[in-house]
Design a protein around this ligand. Structure first.
Ligand SMILES: Nc1nc2c(ncn2[C@@H]2O[C@H](COP(=O)(O)OP(=O)(O)OP(=O)(O)O)[C@@H](O)[C@H]2O)c(=O)[nH]1
Length: 249
């Protein structure tokens, strides 16, 4: 077996459309705000907040770093289960932030004691339930594993509010560089089929392949998040996913 180089050792160029360049300029403004181990310690927020969730080691921190084009904004660890707090990041102009990102603790890491696991699952469930500023969820799923039971539980938990349009959902199938074309397509279509059946065909949910290593899907993901925060002012609205889809094809 060969050693897989860490994501930061690679510097693949991001292939971007002009629109994606603009929105990447926005995600690059991300800066650390604060960290909290308890929900009560999270500062109140009036801005749209986008939560990054997923199984431990799915690549959340790396994805945030890639979107922000910063090496260690969110701590990307090789040891699963290292993100033990909710980390908040602020985006937009320095004196006029327009959104927050929240990096949530990864779930499902086997080596974490059961009590700690349950505690973190509760912190996350409570966060998703009570955080009023939550306007979008980015679910990171390792493309090689597909949706795990805990991912499905999380989806079950958030989809009622996705259906009503209260929160948006983007599913990133991470580490897509580790799959060949056929397996990547299978992961993509399998996840889409699950969501179509279990969420709602009409819901504005995007599922896409993502690789921090190869910079695949980075511009498109940035565009979707940007559109969530700055919805296009036009009749018919939408969350920008369709526009991102068009621009990337
Ligand atoms: N090949 C490849 N490896 C990746 C990619 N994204 C992340 N990784 C690797 O996957 C491992 C886990 O990444 P993290 O970003 O720390 O994962 P996390 O979801 O934040 O993990 P927790 O802190 O446990 O919640 C690291 O070794 C990363 O280098 C990718 O796009 N391709």
């Amino acid at each position: 077996m060969t050693n897989t180089p860490s994501v930061s050792q690679h510097s693949a160029e991001i292939e971007t459309t002009p629109t994606e360049k603009v929105v990447l300029g926005w995600t690059h403004t991300a800066r650390f705000l604060t960290t909290a181990s308890e929900l009560v310690h999270l500062p109140a927020n009036e801005l749209p907040e986008i939560a990054f969730v997923g199984r431990s080691n799915a690549g959340k921190s790396t994805a945030i770093n890639t979107l922000a084009q910063q090496k260690r904004l969110a701590f990307a660890s090789k040891t699963p289960g290292r993100t033990q707090h909710i980390n908040l990041f602020e985006l937009g102009p320095k004196d006029e932030a327009d959104a927050w990102f929240a990096d949530l603790p990864g779930y499902g890491y086997a080596a974490v004691a059961r009590s700690a696991k349950l505690r973190w699952q509760k912190v996350m469930a409570d966060y998703l339930e009570v955080r009023r500023s939550l306007s979008g969820v980015v679910l990171m799923v390792d493309s090689r594993l597909g949706l795990t039971d805990l991912d499905k539980q999380l989806l079950e938990f958030v989809t009622p509010r996705v259906r009503t349009g209260e929160i948006k959902l983007l599913v990133l199938l991470t580490k897509a560089d580790k799959l060949n074309r056929k397996d990547a397509d299978a992961a993509l279509f399998g996840t889409r089929a699950f969501l179509a059946e279990n969420a709602s065909a009409e819901s504005d949910i995007t599922v896409m392949l993502f690789s921090a290593l190869k910079k695949q899907g980075v511009g498109k993901a940035a565009q979707i998040l940007h559109c969530w925060v700055h919805p296009p002012v036009k009749a018919g609205g939408g969350d920008g996913a369709a526009e991102a889809e068009r621009n990337s094809s």
